[in-house]
Ligand binder design. Structure first.
Ligand code: ARG
Length: 471
């Protein structure tokens, strides 16, 4: 069977090895729904322009839906000689409708068709990622009530630094994933532009209506330069960059929870249903999902790298290299979607080991900064206070004590005006109470943040969108 893309200009049949080397059907089959939606929009527009009769456009639409159903049910034959999903669908249309099917490709090229289908796919995939991020944020906020009042050590350089409320921790991740959601929304805007009708590279002399097809497909804008848009893969690169940052955030979370679930930390109990065992050591309950969350970040960053290198220095406009963009994009979306799907129940079902955390909260002088700030508030210059508290910490360390266990006399050695009120800022809980600044771990600040997150997440509120969803 001759490929529809081999015109009368060819004298020889294609070498089979070329077919195998150049095919994309093995991965772009995933675009079939988008391809059907794009073709239906195009056919309806052609009918509005008098380039097809209404009956012809209806027959095309009906047959495309039939083909879509067969693809849904895995009943559609795949043949690599038809190269890609676009050729497969058009070929089947022609087999079933004859000359009417042969008219569909009027005023269109595979270059704009591929780009249109891919944009529709990425748009829907971004919406799925956004929904999963929202679920994850809800899981973190959901932790705040149950973990109310629990204090955790916050670390810098992985050394104990200052005390924070557990809710402050959970909301830190909400903030990160909120920025990710903003980036998803922003990337979606640039993805959601119609390339359909840019044709091969320069547009077409056929009197098409690009705004009509764009509106039917829910695109917010119509691209204004056929040469630009038929070569543009910024949206693909950008979406995988957004996914890379999501993966980085997830890897930080995963790494932290891997540490937290060790016998060295004992902060966290992971739900058994999300852990795996060892084939030799019967005692092992391993955090493999978290490790793979960390590990799969490498794939996503690799996908980004693939796309950047793929597109570097490509001359305008379409080049066949661009076909290689899809495996990287599909892999990045699949990986991050699957990771988010597991992150949500793990966040929701893990349990903080409050007894173990509490028992060791006094380690690491988490109240030292608050003591220094107490001195500053009483008029000691910051550098002097910093030095003074440092010497108190050293004294306490030498005696194996906490700061609050030192005698008042010891405090007076560094600052003679200090009285017994100094003990009011000592101890981890009182240190937490002492915070006041906006965005800090001060209990009132955190309570306000929890309320505001609950309100925001109840409505799912990132800005709403053009109708999504051809898939
Ligand atoms: N399979 C190709 C792709 O996915 C189709 C592009 C066709 N355009 C062309 N000029 N050969 O990119």
């Amino acid at each position: 069977m001759a490929s529809p893309s081999r015109s009368g200009a060819f004298q020889e049949a294609v070498d089979r090895r070329v077919e195998r080397f150049t095919e994309s059907i093995s991965f772009d089959r995933r675009l079939y729904r988008q391809d059907v939606a794009g073709s239906i929009a195009h056919a309806q527009m052609l009918a509005e322009r008098g380039l097809l009769t209404v009956d012809e456009a209806n027959a095309i639409e009906r047959t495309l839906r039939e083909i879509e159903g067969e693809l849904d049910r895995n009943e559609f034959p795949i043949r690599i000689e038809l190269e890609d999903i676009h050729m497969h669908i058009e070929h089947a249309l022609i087999e079933r409708l004859g000359d009417v099917g042969r008219k569909l490709h009027t005023g269109r090229s595979r270059n704009d068709q591929v780009s249109t289908d891919f944009r529709l796919w990425v748009r829907d995939a971004l919406d799925r990622i956004d929904a999963r991020l929202l679920d994850l944020q809800r899981a973190f906020v959901g932790r705040c009530d149950g973990d109310e009042g629990i204090v955790l050590p916050a670390y810098t350089h992985l050394q104990r630094a200052q005390p924070v409320l557990a809710a402050h921790y959970w909301l830190a991740y909400c903030e990160k994933f909120e920025r990710d959601r903003e980036r998803v929304a922003d990337c979606r805007r640039r993805t959601n532009r119609s390339s359909l009708g840019a044709a091969a590279v320069a547009g077409t002399s056929i009197d098409i209506d690009r705004h009509a097809t764009a509106a039917r497909l829910g695109f917010e804008q119509v691209s204004a330069n056929s040469l630009d848009i038929s070569s543009d893969r910024d949206f693909a690169v950008e979406s995988v960059f957004v996914l890379s940052l999501i993966a980085l955030h997830l890897s930080t979370w995963a790494e932290e929870w891997i540490l937290w679930s060790t016998a060295e930390y004992e902060f966290l109990e992971l739900p058994n249903a999300f852990c795996t065992g060892s084939s030799i050591m019967p005692q092992k309950i391993n955090p493999d999902v978290l490790e793979l969350t960390r590990g799969k970040t490498a794939r996503v960053i690799g996908d980004l790298q693939t796309l950047l290198v793929l597109i570097k220095a490509l001359p305008l406009a379409y080049n066949r290299d661009l076909q290689e963009d899809k495996p990287a994009v599909f892999d990045a979306f699949d990986t991050v979607e699957a990771t988010l799907e597991l992150a949500v129940p793990i966040v929701a079902a893990s349990r903080l080991r409050t007894d173990r955390i509490e028992a060791r909260l006094d380690r690491g002088f988490l109240d030292a900064t608050t003591l220094m700030e107490h001195l500053i508030k009483r008029g000691t210059p910051q550098r002097t206070a910093h030095h003074a508290v440092g010497s108190l910490v050293r004294a306490a360390m030498q005696q194996g004590k906490r700061l609050q266990d030192l005698d008042l006399e010891r405090f007076r050695e560094v600052e003679p005006t200090l009285g017994p009120e100094v003990f009011e800022v000592l101890g981890v809980r009182r240190a937490v109470e002492a915070f006041v600044s906006y965005g800090s771990t001060a209990p009132v600040q955190v309570a306000a943040q929890v309320r505001s997150w609950k309100d925001r997440l109840a409505s799912g509120a990132t800005e709403r969108r053009t109708p999504a969803g051809v898939s």
